[in-house]
Design a protein. Structure first.
Length: 132
């Protein structure tokens, strides 16, 4: 699904994540010392404060941790209402994204990542129910 939402700002910490999304990959930071995957991205591991941090492609599966329905548009082009979910990835980190499912999310429900095209080659990850 395409959107007229503006492309997100490209901060150095987010470039790998945004470039991965444009390729259809969910990229998350991981500590090469202790193996901890984390979010949000940063220059050090929040578990052991190590600086040997890199990026991996995550399978993009997880479970709904929380969700909310917004009735106000915060970005031009967003239809309201829309649903935002917090997903706990099977790899550990929690991501907050838009919901791509037709029905309301279920707390604890299994989800999988998909990517919403933004135009100009940009995309953002969003989650929906695992197809049956």
């Amino acid at each position: 699904m395409s959107s007229s939402r503006p492309l997100p700002a490209r901060y150095p910490e987010d470039v790998e994540h945004l470039d991965g999304a444009a390729r259809g990959e969910l990229r998350i930071p991981v500590c090469h010392t202790c193996g901890h995957a984390f979010w949000p991205p940063g220059p050090v591991c929040p578990r052991d404060f190590g600086t040997d941090v890199g990026w991996v492609t995550d399978p993009g599966t997880g479970r709904v941790n929380s969700w909310v329905r917004f009735h106000r548009s915060y970005f031009a082009g967003d239809a309201v209402p829309y649903v935002v979910v917090q997903v706990r990835l099977d790899s550990g980190p929690r991501l907050t994204t838009t919901w791509s499912g037709a029905d309301d999310p279920q707390i604890g429900g299994a989800v999988v990542v998909s990517f919403r095209e933004l135009g100009d080659g940009g995309a953002l990850p969003e989650f929906g129910p695992v197809p049956s």
